[in-house]
Structures are given as structure tokens and as C-alpha cells.
Design a protein. Structure first.
Ligand code: NAG
Ligand code: NAG
Ligand code: NAG
Ligand code: NAG
Ligand code: NAG
Ligand code: NAG
Ligand code: NAG
Length: 426
């Protein structure tokens, strides 16, 4: 219990920081509005085609039951990231919110009072193939004796908790369902499989003044752009590493520190250069991986940007995740929370690493998640200082979390994709 509560601390800060950023962005509202106008003409004909009707999906579902595709290498040659959301309340959700011992209130939207629960019933359907059905037992067998570690920010923690919920029904009833924290590391031991599933908090990958998993409500982010060892030494013994790091870089200005925190000859330089500082960090990260990763042992994944839905310039009214109960139905929708320049920086860092002999799987979940404006906690989140009813009634959007995802929900689909890689390629 204690550990679980501890696990939730970080998010309150994250939300506030994110909100600052969104406010800053509102200066560009006019520009986005123009772009939205131009593009909406384009999309008019595409309405509704990203999502199929229920009947269709139930037929689809019936077909899947007849011929389960548990292990099929062709899944990996298929583009799992292009497809559509299909309503399927027979198979989804894959677990119940209230039955997951690992659930934390940050993501427990139903417990927090959300009554429209349709967000739990969508299945991600790739266009050219079917995702294998998530089988917790098969997954745990696959990682027997191994260590799987998520590394990054609270979106990665969202996915970590989702994965624990997905496997829980495959654990012995008597085995402890506990996450133990040690500094930045949150660890769950699946003892009967001798497997470890963990999450390591380092939202900027390199050292920064936001490295405390609880206390990182810091206006001026300071990063040591070439210093990663302090965190990375905790990653070397993992067999599967799943990184993410986008959100925290979107800050318009940050301070770069040359030297170490508190030393006399340290140089602090406040910079904009959003893209360059991200590239420099990815470079530090890549160099570390190239030297320290055992290519035979460790399989590495990198999650693409998880989109947020604070501003709706590019979909129609209402312009916010608050009170949204349906996905976006415009085919090829891209949200304004999707910084393609930053994504390209990450993609080219991964390509570079591949040229240097280190293959990293890029799980390109941005676009598929972009459709899901309905799936954020909004006001059904955890509050560090809960607003009173009047505050909430007058300004629900101001109190909404449009960054993280309710569970069961979108991160389950990310994990189904991760599952298909792990089950087919390890
Ligand atoms: C794998 O899937 C493809 C198409 O999805 C199918 O044609 C093929 O027969 C499958 N192979 C196996 C071994 O199930
Ligand atoms: C699934 O959805 C359909 C249509 O909305 C509804 O008729 C049915 O009762 C639902 N089934 C379950 C198990 O919720
Ligand atoms: C899940 O995987 C286990 C171990 O591979 C297997 O025994 C079991 O039949 C699978 N369950 C389903 C529903 O496919
Ligand atoms: C558990 O896994 C570790 C590697 O992670 C291995 O060193 C150890 O021998 C395993 N223990 C058992 C009992 O299999
Ligand atoms: C890399 O990992 C493999 C498989 O676990 C192991 O056999 C090998 O000794 C490791 N190499 C180094 C240099 O540690
Ligand atoms: C929420 O959305 C529904 C329609 O989907 C609408 O009737 C209702 O007024 C909205 N509530 C608020 C508080 O915006
Ligand atoms: C990621 O997916 C998007 C949308 O499907 C696509 O446009 C983009 O090219 C993909 N990126 C990579 C590196 O595959």
C-alpha cells in the first residue's frame, strides 16, 4: 500500500509543469487556428473512417476467436502502428480497474468518479495484420529469469502500471503484488518466474534537477547534458529496456549545466534551442548505450511521443480532453501535441545507433494515441490539492489531466504491441 502511494507522487508536479507549457503555447493559438482551418477542409471526407462500427468489430472478434494467432513472425514485418480503433466490449478491457492490485489513483478514472467507461472498450487494430492476444503467462514465461525495465517519465510509468495490471491474473494468487522503491527505481518481482519488471525515473535521461521521483516541481529545469552515468549504471543489467523521453523537453527554455551541481567552476547557460538540447542528450545517451550495452543480452525499445490533448485547435468543439467520450474519428488525424521535429530527432538518433551496430525498436505509438482524446483522466485524476466543488464546476478544464491515460486504456495497447515484439523476437 505504502509503496503504491509513493508511486503516485511524481505526477502532480508533472501536470503543473505541463500546464505551464500549454499556456505558453496558447500564444500560438491564432497560427494553429489558421492551420486547422486549412486542414479541416482536407479531412471532411475522411470523417469516421478511422473507427469502425460495433457490429463490424464484433464480427471481427468472432473471427479472431476461431483462429487465434498467438505466434506469428509476420506480425513483426507488419506495420503495427497504422490502423484504426475498433469498438470491442467483448474482449476489452483486458483487466478490470478495480481488480488490479498495482493500480494507482492517477490512472483509476472509474474509481475517481468517471461514469462514461467506453474508453475501456477500444482495441487497436493494425491495418495489415492482427495483434496477438495478450497472454500474461506466455509473457512471463518469455521473461523468466530476466529483468525488464522501463526508463523515463510518468508516461512510461503509466505503461509500467498497465503492464503489471495485464500480467496480474497470470501470477500466483499468493505471491506478493508489491512494488518496492529504491531511490529512482521501482521494482516488481514476479517471484515464481524469477522475473523483474521495473521502472526507473529519469524524465530527461541525463542528470537534471528533476531527478527526484517525488519532488520535481521545478520552474527552471537544469540539465547536465553530458552526464548520464549516475542513472545509466542502473540499466546495465536489464535484458529488456524500454525508454521514453519527450514531454519534458518541450519546455521553451532550460538551463544547461557544464560541470557538476554545486561545484565552483560549473557553468550555467540558459538556452532555448529545444531541438538541439534534445539532440545533444540523445547523443550522450547513444554513446553510453554503444559502449555499455551487451548486444547479445539486451533488447532495447524506444517509445515515441505520447500525445496530449489540452488544446483542440485541430479538432472541432469542444477543444479539450475534458468531457470527451469518443475518440477522434478523422482518418490520419495528427494533434498539435505532436512535435514531429522532436520525433524526427529521436528517429535519427536511433538510425545512427543502428549504423553503429545497435538495433533499437522504435514503438511508433504517437499517431495511434493521437486519436484518443477520450482516454485521458481529465478531472477524474489524483489531486495533490483537490479543488472544491465550486472551483471544479467553474473551471473543469483548468483541473484536467490531458497528458496521462486512464487504465485500462491506451497504454494497454502500447503493451500489446510491445508484447508482440517480445513474444516473437526474444
Ligand atoms: C502469419 O500471418 C499471416 C498473415 O497475417 C498468414 O498469412 C500466415 O499464414 C501466418 N503464419 C502462421 C505460421 O500462422
Ligand atoms: C456491448 O455493447 C453493445 C452495444 O453498445 C451492448 O448492446 C452490449 O450490451 C455491450 N456488452 C457488454 C458486455 O457490455
Ligand atoms: C497462454 O500461454 C500459456 C503458456 O504459453 C499457454 O499454456 C496457454 O494455453 C495460453 N493461453 C491462451 C488462452 O492462449
Ligand atoms: C534468477 O534469475 C537470475 C538472473 O536474472 C539468475 O542469476 C538466477 O540464477 C535465477 N535464479 C533462479 C532460482 O533461477
Ligand atoms: C553478453 O551476454 C551474453 C548472454 O547473456 C553472455 O553470454 C556474454 O558473456 C555477455 N558478454 C559480455 C561481454 O558480458
Ligand atoms: C458534456 O458533454 C455532453 C454531450 O456529450 C453535454 O451534453 C454536456 O453538457 C457536457 N458537459 C459539460 C459540463 O460540458
Ligand atoms: C510513425 O508513424 C507515423 C504515422 O503512421 C508515420 O507517418 C511515421 O513515418 C512513422 N515513423 C517512423 C520512423 O516509422
Amino acid at each position: 500500500m505504502q509503496n503504491k502511494e509513493a508511486l503516485t507522487e511524481e505526477n502532480k508536479t508533472k501536470m503543473n509543469l505541463d500546464k505551464c507549457k500549454i499556456r505558453f503555447k496558447s500564444h500560438y493559438l491564432a497560427a494553429f487556428f489558421l492551420i486547422a482551418l486549412a486542414t479541416s477542409v482536407f479531412y471532411l471526407t475522411g470523417e469516421n473512417s478511422a473507427i469502425s462500427e460495433e457490429q463490424d468489430s464484433q464480427k471481427q472478434n468472432a473471427r479472431n476467436e476461431e483462429e487465434p494467432k498467438a505466434r506469428n513472425d509476420s506480425v513483426l514485418s507488419c506495420n503495427l502502428f497504422s490502423g484504426r480503433w475498433v469498438f470491442d466490449n467483448l474482449s476489452y478491457p483486458l483487466y478490470k480497474e478495480g481488480e488490479c492490485s498495482f493500480m494507482i489513483s492517477d490512472y483509476a478514472c472509474e474509481k475517481n468518479g468517471r461514469t462514461d467507461l467506453k474508453y475501456q472498450n477500444w482495441k487497436w487494430q493494425p491495418r495489415d495484420c492482427d495483434l496477438p492476444r495478450f497472454n500474461g503467462t506466455a509473457f512471463l514465461e518469455k521473461i523468466r529469469g530476466k529483468k525488464l525495465l522501463f526508463v523515463g517519465d510518468s508516461l512510461n510509468k503509466n505503461q509500467f502500471v498497465s503492464l503489471l495490471c495485464l500480467i496480474e491474473s497470470s501470477l500466483h494468487q499468493s505471491s506478493p503484488k508489491e512494488v518496492i522503491r529504491e531511490d529512482n527505481l521501482f521494482i516488481f518481482q514476479a517471484t515464481e518466474y524469477n522475473a523483474t519488471i521495473g521502472f526507473y525515473w529519469s524524465p530527461l535521461l541525463v542528470e537534471s534537477n528533476c531527478d527526484d521521483p517525488y519532488t520535481h516541481r521545478i520552474k527552471d529545469r537544469i540539465i547536465r547534458i553530458t552526464a548520464i552515468e549516475k542513472h545509466a549504471k542502473h540499466w546495465t543489467d536489464a535484458d529488456i529496456l524500454i525508454f521514453n523521453s519527450f514531454m519534458w523537453w518541450l519546455e521553451p527554455t532550460m538551463t544547461i549545466l557544464w560541470g557538476s551541481f554545486g561545484s565552483n567552476d560549473a557553468i550555467y547557460k540558459r538556452v532555448e534551442m529545444k531541438l538541439r538540447r534534445y539532440e545533444m542528450t540523445l547523443n550522450t545517451w547513444s554513446n553510453w548505450l554503444e559502449i555499455n550495452i551487451n548486444r547479445t543480452r539486451t533488447k532495447i525499445f524506444f517509445m515515441s511521443l505520447s500525445p496530449y490533448h489540452f488544446k483542440g485547435e485541430s479538432w472541432d468543439d469542444p477543444q479539450h480532453c475534458y468531457n470527451e467520450s469518443e475518440p477522434i474519428w478523422k482518418e490520419n488525424y495528427w494533434g498539435i501535441g505532436t512535435d514531429t521535429e522532436m520525433m524526427h530527432a529521436a528517429e535519427s538518433a536511433l538510425k545512427n545507433l543502428e549504423r553503429r551496430g545497435l538495433k533499437i525498436e522504435y514503438l511508433n505509438i504517437t499517431h495511434l494515441s493521437d486519436y484518443r482524446k477520450d482516454a485521458h483522466p481529465s478531472i477524474y485524476r489524483r489531486y495533490s490539492q483537490p479543488p472544491n466543488e465550486e472551483q471544479l464546476a467553474t473551471n473543469p478544464k483548468g483541473y484536467s489531466d490531458c497528458v496521462h491515460w486512464c487504465l485500462p486504456g491506451v497504454p494497454d495497447s502500447w503493451n500489446e504491441i510491445l508484447y508482440s515484439y517480445i513474444i516473437n523476437s526474444l
